[in-house]
Structure formats: structure tokens, C-alpha cells
Design a protein around this ligand. Sequence first.
Ligand code: MG
Length: 247
Amino acid sequence: MREEKPGYDDTPIIPGQVWRVHDKERPHPRVVTPPTASTQEAPGRPPSDAIVLFDGRSLANWRGQGGVARWKVENGYMEVVPGTGDIWTVEEFGDCQLHVEWAEPAVIKGESQGRGNSGVFLMGRYEIQVLDCYENPTYADGTTGAIYGQWPPLVNACRKPGEWQSYDIVWLGPRFEGNKLIRPAYVTVFQNGVVIHHNTMLIGPTTHRAVEPYRPHALVGPLKLQDHGDLVRFRNIWYRPLRGYDE
Ligand code: MG
């Protein structure tokens, strides 16, 4: 017969915790059905507890300049319509696991920062660079996957233009007390399954040719995608809120 509550009640307390080693009373992890893998042909299915931000069909939950997100949606992806401006989610969130897939234009145009530029902005302020850096040199802290203007990715893990790529991001937003920063933002990023940032500390919001200090903001913000004038595509965007990281 299966034990009703497997575990122990006579073991030592784990230092720094309220639970005993193998504590039979300790709450069990929630059950989540894992995602299915994406292929070049089709996006995978998000994990069962994910909040879907873009499912390939509609920008109804996105906003843009003047209120409406005016990027193109077709064949299960969205594509930047140059000149229509950045778009952002209605949904606002903070600490999270975020999944984004994108593809660079198959037809190569431009060089350096002018080739397939877009961006994934956490909380609308902190950019993970999207760029075609497959055989396209640019400044290191503007490479694909860079925390723009602050940290280059650990490696260049780019696929060829036209191929679907992914970011899996663990984001811990900054914390403020009044006007004071009490904890900076930290990010871990995998590009196409390769770690490119590991618990990297941001010095502030990302910006071009400058250093910008943190300014207090809410614990949540929208996800923003950048219109940099290039025909970059996105699909299968979802996140899972992370809790338990507050001191
Ligand atoms: Mg960019």
C-alpha cells in the first residue's frame, strides 16, 4: 500500500528553511504538462500553465502607436510592418520565464545593426537584442542576444536567416523602495538552447550610445517588440510568472 504522506518527521531542519530534510508535510510541486518542441515548420505547444501572449492568430492583446498594433499577422506568425512602430502587450508582468521565437528575413539586406534588427524589451525597458548576426559582424554589445549596450552574449548561437530561432529567458526585475534601487535586474537567456547570459546583472535600462541609470518603476510592465525597420517575424510567445524570489 502506498504511504499516505511519504517522508519523515524526525529529520534535521534544513538550514535557512522551515522544513525538515524529506519533510512529509512539505507542499508538493504543482504538476505542469511540459511544452512540446517547435520545429522549423510549426511552433510547439506551450506548457500547461503558460500565459500565451501570441498564438499566431491575432494581435488583439497587443497595442501600438495610436493604440492599435499594426504589424502583419499571417501563416501563424507576426511580422514587423516598418514605420508602424513598436508594439507591446496589454498584459503586464514582472519576474518570469519567457519564451519567444523569431525569424530573420530570408532575403539578406543591410549590415551590422541594419540587418534584421528588432528587440525583445522586458518590462518595456530592458532590451535583449534581436538581429541577424549570422556572418554579420557588429559591435559586441549589440550582437544577437546582447543586453543592448551592456553585455554581449556569451556566444553567437545564431541560425541562418529565414530559420526560426528561440529565446528562453528567466527574468528577475529590479526592486525599488521609493526612489532607491534595492536590487538590480538579473537575466538568464538561452538562444536556440544555448546559454548566452547566466544570471547577468543589468546596470539599468538599455539605450543607444549612452548609459542610463535605473529609475523607479512598477513591479510589472508590458513585453515590447521593436520596429527597427526590418521584416523580422515572431511566433509562439508565452510566459510563466515566477514567484518566490523576493527577499
Ligand atoms: Mg534592437
